[in-house]
Write a protein that binds this ligand. Structure first.
Ligand SMILES: *Cc1c(COP(=O)(O)O)cnc(C)c1O
Length: 356
């Protein structure tokens, strides 16, 4: 058992670096519920500029950013067309139903990306005896499909369906900076034409806390009201926004490094006996791979493939996270630079050797 664990469970595990901590200590602050925190105002301006929107709102979590958008864009009792494993369905505690009276209408896609024709087929026609379609939501990159990305042309096809039916579209861009880096474009170019965009500072960008909800001026003014209603009004929160500003200014340039590390790790994982992964499908900083009994010499362990794999891997000093009974996930990030990834690969090989 090694104690020096390499934590690849998520890109949320990064700790604020020295520059972030210094910025936090020195941040100018005010009461942000009164709109008087200068550091938050700067962060919101820079976030809006990066997304090409008129305004932005600092929120404590990506979940809150997404749920404020859903609450504002769709009426209670209406349907939200989204992918089956999307974060808004899978990891937001049923919030769209609990907080906004919305019903997810899901499309399952292996790669997590909505097929525009499938979206169009689910739009409810304007009849008096069916719930309406209220909203379409995309996730880019898609977390639980393995960090997959929508190309801009694909997004435009989804937007075209939305326009034909006069539907708003929300962009869950928790990792939009990763998607943009993979595609060699900017978040603003990817998100143009969407009603709202949410992105996280606390994932690959490396901040300890926070997300931004971006959109038009009137939309963000309403979003401020809903943020307060959901309990997300914060006071001298410039101390946190200051770390977010460092993340926003410096984080994006580092992401190609995480993505190169993910590609390297994917090639190594794909070579292990009993693990199935197509490295060509790893486009950003997330790897999701299938475990087979072969990894354990041919027999499924009693605790199940994923649980057994994660436990053995931890004994060898690497942390990954569970996706399903036979799928596991690893995410690269700032606190696992290249030498740590090379060490993780060594440990994976040792683990596989010991199990065979
Ligand atoms: C992480 C994430 C969020 C936001 O999660 P929080 O933990 O609430 O900040 C939203 N969408 C996606 C796709 C995510 O991966």
């Amino acid at each position: 058992m090694t104690t020096d664990l390499i934590d690849l469970r998520s890109d949320t595990v990064t700790r604020p670096d020295a520059e972030m901590r210094r910025a936090m200590a020195e941040a100018e602050v005010g009461d942000d519920v009164f709109g008087e925190d200068p550091t938050v105002l700067t962060l919101q301006e820079e976030a809006a500029a990066a997304m090409g929107t008129a305004a932005a709102l600092f929120v404590p979590s990506g979940t809150m950013g997404n749920q404020i958008a859903l609450h504002l864009l769709a009426r209670p009792g209406s349907e939200v067309i989204c992918e089956a494993r999307s974060h808004i369905v899978h990891f937001e505690m049923g919030a769209m139903a609990a907080l906004s009276g919305l019903l997810p209408r899901v499309i399952a896609a292996d790669d997590g990306l909505l097929d525009p024709a499938a979206v169009e087929a689910l739009v409810v026609p304007p009849v008096s005896y069916r719930a309406r379609t209220g909203l379409i939501a995309v996730e880019n990159s898609h977390n639980f499909a393995g960090g997959t990305v929508y190309e801009r042309g694909h997004l435009e096809a989804v937007l075209a369906v939305a326009r034909r039916h006069r539907l708003p579209v929300h962009f869950d861009g928790a990792r939009v900076w990763n998607a943009a880096a993979a595609l060699g474009t900017t978040p603003a170019a990817l998100t143009a034409g969407f009603e709202s965009v949410q992105f996280c500072l606390s994932k690959g960008l490396g901040a300890p806390v926070g997300s931004l909800l971006c959109g038009g001026g009137d939309f963000i003014a309403e979003a401020r009201r809903v943020r307060k209603m959901f309990g997300g009004g914060m006071r001298q929160v410039g101390v946190i926004a200051a770390a977010g500003l460092v993340a926003l200014r410096q984080g994006p340039a580092r992401l190609p490094e995480d993505q190169a590390n993910a590609a390297l790790l994917a090639r190594a994982v794909a070579e292990l006996p009993g693990i199935v992964l197509d490295p060509a499908k790893v486009r950003t900083n997330i790897l999701i791979f299938r475990l087979t009994p072969e990894l354990f010499g041919g027999a499924t362990p009693p605790e199940g493939l994923t649980a057994a794999f994660l436990a053995r891997l931890k004994e060898h000093g690497v942390l990954a996270s569970p996706v399903s009974r036979d799928l596991a996930r690893m995410v690269t990030h700032r606190d696992a630079p290249r030498p740590r990834i090379l060490e993780a690969i060594e440990r994976l090989r040792r683990m596989a050797g010991a199990l065979a």
